[in-house]
Design a protein around this ligand. Structure first.
Ligand SMILES: Nc1ncnc2c1ncn2[C@@H]1O[C@H](COP(=O)(O)OP(=O)(O)OP(=O)(O)O)[C@@H](O)[C@H]1O
Length: 708
């Protein structure tokens, strides 16, 4: 039976395709969008028209504006485990009954640390933070922007997180906060929205979990409706893959042990009934993948009406085209309190400016935080690039692994993660490695959920110290002892490369990343060389030559053209503040998005009139035989196309591109253009200039659809 990986991106072809087709359908329906009624979950139906289908007014308890101290719901600073009315001490009380988000009275909270409770005595015998060298992060440049940014802290003791949470932090052996934690936690505790970018492995999970847990512990009691089967979490943490959601869930459970805050996870690919039972036992923090959450919302088993905190991990991925429609649905079209009422936190190691712009739709008067440059990789990772022809890759890998084995160069327990492009490629490489005496397993979107879990377990335990993976394993996974990441096939996007190599060199440890580069990767050359140079790596002379030749270092590379290299808040970029209206991004414009007027991107619609909200792409016209067509790029391709370099790259794949600007263009040529040049991974919209309707939209070569 096909498991529902619908909400697990990286597994993803299936889901992305699904999403893409949904998205295509959405775009197709763009012209009639206004006539289409919005989905109303069952528990919101039969309500006064003003309320149904709209954002519910949040409960009075947390409609207050952010307070300058404490969280935005006016919660005081707090001590130990939460002692809500209706809860018994120690955090196991019953709150709100079943469906109301409280603990089941009969449930015992498993100790995730396996200690006997005497934490301090136990820790005294252990070397604190064994092997973790956070001093490595000390000299990282930090940029913050926005109004009234609170000062960073240097120790956890300076932050009032509450006794129970502090105890768990000690149990985790976190001695001091990492740079992103030092800055992000005070910002979030102040009740401010946050867009945070920090390098892979630098502790972002705790940076958003601590303020959420502390806020729930210390915030006002949440009186949740009783009786119904619907549950009302107070915090929602969304992540793109199932494995990552599980990992965040595990971490959050550790942090919230004996705090009285209950964390539940919901993801696709696993039986929903078990997850429903978990939810029914009560939930304060729901960690979820978008697809499964939408399912739960549509079944009216979860309501977002009482959400106080929304965190998106891997936020740039979540707002990329594959997920954006689902995220908009969850955040804007269900019953979640509006931005400015809820507190929103976005985290990632990469944050292209066009995604920052999109993300600002979900934030209110937010603070931007960049620890290190946006999208940079940590220099704890030694990066090597080797020129390897396609046909030599296997033998080259074999040489690497033999050398590794012979000289123990990456350590005894060392694990090697090998990234490949396709699922088939993963299977076949795994088979070949095993046949050649290297125990390997594989993780990709065609494997069942059980197989994927088994593969991860076997890799983590060292039973199969080589894991061959597609991008399903590229983001967020924190697997100890991954000493070597091999990019057997390089990705097209430098951001994907950053996330992939970030599976090693985590939490202050060093790591090694080797990439096999050949002619097929020339579009990545410039971005790769720049990234390596920036992180003080030795760039081979031949790569520099490729980079110079490739001019623009294309692919979906967003570093070129001044896009984001330099790591800064997009609001500071003058180009973004033009937009035709006087949008004050710092003040939180009404739409928060480009152009600032109603509709368009800000409302998530791509319907008629959307062209008025496109960034300045006035020169990007193709004139077709049936009228004038504007090529809009949705969101993410805009900057890429404006830069000369990108046009160069497009030329490489679509010779007609440059010639086609402003000229007659056959419809078939447009389609082939879409197939060949742009639609590999991101959507492309063609707009008829006259009536501004989408004439067709393309998501991938397979998903090209004609919607006339
Ligand atoms: N203050 C701390 N002290 C010691 N270890 C920490 C601290 N904060 C986090 N860690 C550890 O650092 C590792 C990386 O943390 P985490 O997975 O949150 O990184 P991340 O920034 O989210 O990475 P990615 O961008 O890859 O998702 C984890 O093993 C975590 O337990």
């Amino acid at each position: 039976m096909r498991t529902s990986w619908a909400d697990s991106v990286a597994s993803s072809a299936s889901e992305n395709d699904g999403l893409a087709s949904n998205n295509a359908a959405a775009a197709a329906a763009a012209g009639s969008r206004s006539a289409r009624s919005a989905y109303v979950p069952p528990h919101l139906r039969n309500r006064p028209a003003a309320l149904a289908g709209a954002v519910d007014p949040p409960p009075a308890a947390y409609t207050a504006a952010p307070s300058s101290s404490g969280n935005r719901w006016g919660g005081g600073s707090g001590g130990g485990a939460r002692a809500d009315p209706g809860r018994s001490g120690g955090g196991w009380g019953v709150r709100g009954g079943s469906g109301g988000g409280g603990w089941d009275r009969r449930e015992r909270e498993v100790n995730p640390f396996g200690d006997d409770g005497d934490v301090d005595a136990e820790l005294a015998f252990q070397q604190e933070n064994t092997g973790i060298n956070f001093d490595a992060y000390e000299d990282i440049p930090v940029e913050t922007s926005g109004d009234n940014v609170p000062p960073p802290v240097n120790t956890f003791a300076e932050i009032d997180l509450g006794e129970a949470l502090n105890l768990n932090i000690r149990r985790c052996k976190y001695v001091k906060p990492t740079p992103v934690q030092r800055h992000a936690i005070p910002i979030s505790l102040m009740g401010r929205d946050l867009m945070a970018c920090a390098q892979t492995g630098s502790g972002k999970t705790a940076a958003f979990c601590f303020p959420i847990i502390s806020g729930i512990m210390n915030g006002p009691f949440a009186q949740r409706p009783r009786g119904a089967r619907t549950v009302y979490p107070l915090a929602l943490i969304l992540s793109p893959t199932r494995e990552l959601s599980c990992q965040i869930h595990e971490e959050a459970k550790k942090f919230s042990y004996q705090t009285g805050v209950r964390v539940v996870v919901a993801y696709g690919g696993a039986p929903i009934n078990q997850q429903l039972r978990d939810l029914e036992r009560g939930v304060d923090i729901l960690v979820a993948t978008p697809g499964r959450l939408v399912d739960l919302l549509e079944r009216a088993r979860v309501s977002l009406q009482m959400i106080r905190y929304l965190a998106l991990d891997e936020a740039d991925r979540m707002l990329d085209m594959g997920f954006e429609p689902q995220i908009r649905k969850i955040v804007e079209q269900m019953d979640m309190p509006a931005r400015g009422v809820r507190q929103t936190m976005l985290f990632s190691a990469t944050f292209p400016k066009e995604i920052q712009r999109l993300a600002s739709d979900f934030l209110s008067s937010y603070i931007f935080l960049a620890v290190g440059r946006v999208g940079s990789s940590t220099d704890l990772i030694v990066q090597r690039v080797e020129f390897v022809n396609e046909s030599d890759k296997r033998s080259h890998l074999m040489d690497l692994l033999h050398a590794q084995r012979a000289n123990g160069s990456v350590g005894k327990q060392a694990l090697t993660l090998v990234f490949v492009e396709t699922k088939k490629g993963a299977d076949s490489l795994e088979y070949w490695l095993c046949s050649n005496g290297f125990p390997a397993t594989t993780i990709h979107g065609d494997r069942s959920q059980q197989e994927r879990e088994q593969a991860l377990r076997s890799f983590k335990s060292g039973t199969t110290p080589i894991l061959v993976a597609t991008d399903v394993a590229a983001r967020g996974l924190d697997i100890p002892h991954v000493a070597h990441v091999v990019n057997f096939d390089l990705p097209n996007d430098i951001d994907d490369y950053v996330h992939r190599i970030g599976r090693t060199g985590r939490a202050g440890k060093t790591g090694l990343a080797t990439a096999f580069f050949n002619e097929n990767n020339s579009s990545l050359a410039k971005a790769l060389a720049d990234l390596m140079q920036e992180s003080n790596q030795e760039v081979p002379a031949w790569l520099t030559r490729y980079a110079a030749r490739a001019y623009g270092g294309g692919g979906r590379n967003r570093r070129t053209g001044g896009g984001r290299f330099g790591g800064r808040d997009f609001r500071r970029d003058a180009a973004y503040s033009r937009g035709g209206s006087n949008v004050d991004y710092y003040g939180g414009a009404s739409s928060g998005g480009y152009g600032g007027s109603a509709g368009g991107y800000a409302s998530g619609g791509y319907g008629p009139g959307v062209t008025t909200h496109l960034p300045p792409l006035e020169d990007m016209f193709l004139t077709g035989i049936k009228g004038a067509f504007r090529v809009g790029t949705g969101i993410t391709l805009v900057k890429q196309w404006v830069g000369n370099e990108e046009i160069q790259e497009r030329n490489a794949t679509c010779p007609d591109w440059k010639r086609g600007c402003g000229r007659m263009f056959e419809e078939s040529a447009l389609i082939s253009y879409a197939e060949n040049a742009v639609a590999r991974t991101r959507p492309l919209f063609f707009f008829d200039r006259k009536d501004k309707a989408t004439i067709f939209s393309a998501y991938s070569p397979r998903e090209l659809s004609l919607n006339r």
